[in-house]
Ligand binder design. Structure first.
Ligand code: PLP
Length: 351
């Protein structure tokens, strides 16, 4: 069989894309002269104040190099000795961080069975039965991912219920927001939506992702003041996530937060996933669900999958059912989507 020309960009991951030109320009502007290191510079102070404004409540802001590190700093700042973290079986902290939270923090993760990758109030209530028993690790933090690792999105009400239940047992709530921008764009697309689904709903710590949304290795940890440890700065350094030339990380967030670029780029990625869905949803065997954010999880006949992966690479997701992940990015174009969809149709017609 012959495939049409491959799209210019891949549909494997939002990590495959380069940096948005505006972040590259921001890096260039920050690249001038000497400045205080380790966050003592004016750019970091500016980015911090923009985050404080965004959150609408008192937060401590800690910039980090990557998302795994952000999660470790956030969890380390919320946990006490002998406590565990409740998370879904799909959670990145559980399956995709090489055991880093356990290794770096010496903690236990308690993953719960969750076909849609969401933690529910029932999970939290069940785990709480261990509280007070000296033989059991004490559930101290609930970690949710928004958008989840399966592309599902918690509603604001669901997050509020998770937080209320966790707090009623004295637990704190961490939100892994590697794709918080995509969730924000999906649920309303403005700053009020971000506030409502994070600190407004009761979340205590957010790992705010920048890299998957067009930045050059930039993440931030946002900690509710008074709940998270005031030792978070030490926790970051001890876990090797304190950038010495922090101005470069911060400059990208200044650019993102000044005019909501972070919401626009994520909204674009979401729209491209929807375009792909619209082009292919008539193929029932794909079993694709209308995407809430920037990913689709189709099921493909093995032969079709292998032909397509050789033509334009993407990742397997659940090998046991030949499920894959297609993901769009801030720079995915409508032409890319149309070319990719044409390839999928060609692979099916050659069956
Ligand atoms: C849900 C989630 N959390 C965190 C991360 C951060 O990972 P990294 O340490 O590669 O930046 C990722 C990246 O794939 C992710 O998907």
């Amino acid at each position: 069989m012959s495939f049409p020309p491959a799209p210019e960009r891949f549909f494997a991951s939002d990590n495959f894309s380069g940096a948005h030109p505006r972040y590259v320009s921001a890096l260039e502007r920050a690249n001038s002269g000497h400045m205080m290191a380790y966050g003592g510079d004016a750019i970091t102070k500016h980015a911090t104040s923009l985050f404080e404004e965004l959150c609408g409540t008192d937060v401590d802001v800690l910039f980090t190099f990557n998302g795994t590190g952000a999660n470790i700093v956030a969890l380390g700042s919320l946990l006490q000795s002998a406590e565990s973290v409740i998370c879904s079986e799909w959670a990145h902290i559980h399956v995709d961080e090489t055991g880093a939270p356990e290794h770096m923090l010496g903690i236990k993760l308690q993953d719960v069975n969750s076909p849609d990758a969401k933690v529910t109030t029932a999970h939290i209530t069940a785990a709480a039965s261990a509280l007070g028993n000296v033989h059991h690790v004490q559930p101290g933090v609930v970690s949710i991912t928004q958008a989840t690792e399966l592309g599902t999105v918690y509603s604001i009400e669901e997050i509020r219920a998770v937080c209320d239940t966790a707090h009623s047992f004295g637990m704190r709530v961490h939100l892994d927001g590697a794709r918080i921008s995509n969730a924000t764009a999906s649920l309303g697309g403005d700053v009020a939506t971000f506030r409502a689904l994070t600190f407004g709903a009761g979340v205590d710590a957010v790992s705010f992702g920048g890299t998957k949304n067009g930045m050059f290795g930039a993440e931030a940890v946002l900690l509710r003041r008074g709940v998270a440890s005031d030792r978070s700065g030490f926790i970051r350094k001890q876990n090797t996530q304190l950038p010495s030339k922090m101005r470069y990380t911060a400059a990208q967030f200044v650019e993102a937060l000044t005019d909501d670029l972070w919401i626009q780029t994520a909204g674009h990625a979401n729209a491209m996933a929807l375009r792909l869905y619209n082009a292919l949803s008539h193929i029932e065997s794909l079993q694709i669900v209308r995407p809430a954010v920037n990913s689709l999880y189709p099921v493909l006949p093995v032969a079709v999958k292998e032909r397509l992966q050789a033509w334009n690479f993407f990742w397997d997701w659940d090998l046991s059912r030949s499920q894959v992940r297609w993901m769009t990015s801030w720079d995915t174009s409508p032409d890319d989507v149309d070319a990719f969809a044409a390839g999928v149709l060609a692979a099916f017609s050659a069956q």
